[in-house]
Design a protein around this ligand. Structure first.
Ligand code: EPU
Length: 418
């Protein structure tokens, strides 16, 4: 079993390079299979477990895939099956994007219901509603979603909830549909825009991504292209929060500062300094920060994916912090772990009330999901003494090289194999 061992209590200084966005890459690579001509090379792909899973699924479907250090080339001209009957599908959430992509190109798809972090119920009813509205027949049996359609015809779809996954998936399905599809109440996350830009580079006609109304005019076919994924807003935010928590000064390179505004604003409110550059931010933090109130919301609100790291920071801030998790009902599994380290937190439904303590103390803790893992690493970095983080396979799904990046900033952190 692999674990992280952290001797905490040190400030961090230096520079860190942020990788390409996980949640953009895991949608762009399945989207590439819509191309029936040419190959696509996608750059700025993070080296994480979720991408390894996507690569295996692509190969299973018949794509030729070549991986370089941080780019992937996909030749999807000869797909051999539309039935993604491979266990990697169950290991991650984003495997559901193969439904939209296969449906678009072949008018049929079979993909098992997705896995992913245990942070709530996570239904896919809005994806299904969109596929059905475009003309697909949807049957769920033996744990898999089966889609078939004679043809897909553009229509107007209003999402009942703002969903990143449903917005992207229905956008994929509509790229080759006849006529015009209008998606209302769409998610506005940067990765939704990134996937639309990628599809447009392959020849799609998508307008309005980044607003709540996306208009997709169906085209005949897509052709492979060269593309570079956006930087990971959540990895960047994790390093910003870690710097605010540990104290120190870190330049976070390869970011789009605009995507980080909700995070910068909260850290500034707590007393940290954030300086924006063209494609970097500097964060400086000294002394104890002040408690803060946060409500997670769809973009451009505060991202749910940074709620857990932010609650670690709040455990040592002065005064009371109130954190309202409005997206996922079970995204507080890290709280019991933080309590083992001396944090004072009370959870009532979707609200965590955190009364700041002077410091945390090292303990043996568990990463219960990906971002809970990041929260525990930050807790270990600030705690007095030694923290052992177990369950780090969750962290490896989304953070490339987390221990080496923190080590380069002066943290005492290593991976052990037992
Ligand atoms: N929802 C529905 N029905 C649906 C789809 C979603 O009710 O058909 C609800 C969800 O239960 C949730 C809310 O809508 O309460 C938002 O869910 P969304 O669909 O936006 O989430 P997702 O697409 O499954 C992606 C990211 C998550 C991130 C969320 C929110 C990927 C692969 N995952 O999930 O990332 O938390 O958007 O921003 O893109 C992570 O990276 O750690 C992670 C969990």
């Amino acid at each position: 079993m692999e674990k992280l061992v952290i001797n905490g209590g040190k400030s961090i200084f230096g520079k860190v390079n942020i990788n390409g966005a996980k949640n953009a890459a895991v949608a762009i690579l399945p989207a590439a299979i819509i191309a029936s001509k040419g190959t696509s090379t996608v750059d700025n792909i993070p080296n994480i477990e979720d991408i390894n899973c996507i690569e295996k699924i692509l190969k299973y479907l018949g794509c030729k895939v070549e991986k370089a250090s941080n780019s992937i080339t996909i030749d999807s001209t000869e797909i051999t099956t539309t039935n993604a009957d491979i266990e990697e599908v169950r290991k991650m959430r984003a495997s559901y994007y193969f439904l939209g992509a296969l449906l678009a190109r072949f008018k049929k798809a079979r993909v098992e219901l997705p896995g992913g972090c245990p942070i709530g119920v996570r239904p896919i009813d809005q994806h299904i509603k969109g596929f059905e509205a475009l003309g697909a027949k949807v049957v769920i049996e033996h744990g898999a979603v089966n889609l078939t359609a004679d043809e897909l015809i553009g229509t107007s779809i209003y999402f009942d909830v703002v969903s990143v996954g449903a917005t992207i998936n229905v956008m994929l399905a509509a790229t080759l549909a006849k006529g015009v599809t209008v998606l209302e109440n769409s998610a506005k996350e940067p990765h939704v825009v990134d996937v639309a830009n990628f599809l447009n580079s392959m020849g799609a006609n998508i307008k309005g991504a980044g607003t709540d109304t996306i208009k997709i005019t169906g085209v005949e076919e897509l052709t492979g292209c060269n593309y570079s994924a956006i930087p990971d807003q959540i990895e960047a935010g994790t390093f910003m929060i870690a710097t605010a928590a540990c104290g120190g000064e870190v330049i976070i390179n390869n970011v789009i500062p605009k995507h980080l505004e909700s995070i910068s604003a909260k850290l500034i409110e707590m007393g940290a300094e954030v300086i924006e550059h063209d494609d970097a931010v500097t964060i400086k933090s000294k002394g104890r920060l002040k408690g803060v109130n946060i409500k997670t919301l769809p973009y451009p609100g505060f991202p749910t994916d940074l709620q857990q790291p932010m609650s670690t920071l709040s455990t040592i801030a002065e005064g009371r912090s109130i954190i309202n998790e409005s997206i996922y009902e079970s995204r507080f599994k890290h709280v019991d772990e933080l309590k083992k380290m001396g944090a004072t937190i009370k959870v009532e439904g979707r609200i965590a009330i955190i009364d700041g303590v002077e410091t945390l103390t090292g303990a043996q803790v568990r990463a219960t999901d990906l971002r809970a893992g990041a929260a525990m690493v930050i807790a270990g970095l600030i705690a007095n003494g030694t923290t052992i983080v177990e369950g780090i396979e969750h962290i490896d799904r989304g953070y490339p090289n987390i221990e080496n990046k923190f080590k380069a900033l002066g943290a005492d952190i290593k991976r052990i194999y037992e």
